[in-house]
Ligand binder design. Structure first.
Ligand code: URA
Length: 210
């Protein structure tokens, strides 16, 4: 069982995160690092998954070997920056089902506005992992989880690269049943809702936009 908040302090994660934070990292470097870190974080966020056994034969003898149990899990990317985390996690769990929640942040109110929602069927039978690199105000993450619960999901985990203390508190208040896995909880949010020290706009940095 995961705690409400898991900060992955593994040296490789922290080293790669530092390289990503550096404003001089190129788009290609940022993307590559995000893919690598997302796989290390995926290892943590999938901890404790239900297992069963399958009869196989090794070259030596038959054995009942452990395999994942139950329906394929669902990865939900919170657009657009979620796609940067999604790609790496999918490489590790290629049979996962994939959904998308499109939310943009109104720059004045910082409130989330929904523009797209497409998720796999039978969410109630699956472990659902929602991914978004930045848990900033927490407003869009809470809204995305609200939508996933409305669509039937009951077993949800949230994976992000960076979180703010404010975002963690907002998520905990709204969705105490959703464990968060992240590489860092940074100092604070600034008055524009950006995480500091953070890494800037994750979407812009991974897609090379401004
Ligand atoms: N979204 C980002 O991409 N960066 C932040 O710091 C906050 C929200």
């Amino acid at each position: 069982m995961l705690e409400h908040l898991t900060v992955v302090t593994h040296p490789l994660v922290q080293h790669k995160l530092t390289l990503m934070r550096d404003k001089n990292a190129s788009t290609a470097e940022f993307r590559k690092l995000l893919r690598e870190v997302s796989q290390l974080l995926a290892y943590e966020v999938t901890r404790g998954l239900e297992m069963t056994t399958k009869r196989i034969e090794t070259p030596m003898q038959p054995m009942d070997a452990p395999v994942l149990a139950g329906k394929k899990l669902a990865l939900i990317s919170i657009l657009r920056a979620g796609n940067g985390l999604l790609d790496g996690v999918l490489e590790l769990i290629p049979s996962a089902r994939v959904g998308f929640v499109g939310l943009y942040r109104d720059e004045e109110t910082l409130e989330p506005v929904q523009y797209y929602f497409k998720v796999p069927e039978s969410l109630d039978d699956r472990l659902v992992i929602a991914v978004d690199p930045m848990l900033a105000t927490g407003n869009s993450s809470v809204a995305a989880i609200d939508l996933l619960k409305k669509a039937g999901a009951t077993n949800i985990r949230f994976l992000c690269l960076l979180a703010s203390p404010e975002g963690v508190a907002t998520m905990k208040a709204a969705h105490p049943d959703v464990p968060i896995v992240t590489a860092s909880v940074d100092e604070r949010l600034n008055d524009k809702g950006y995480i500091v020290p953070g890494l800037g706009d994750a979407g812009d940095r991974m897609f090379g936009t401004k």
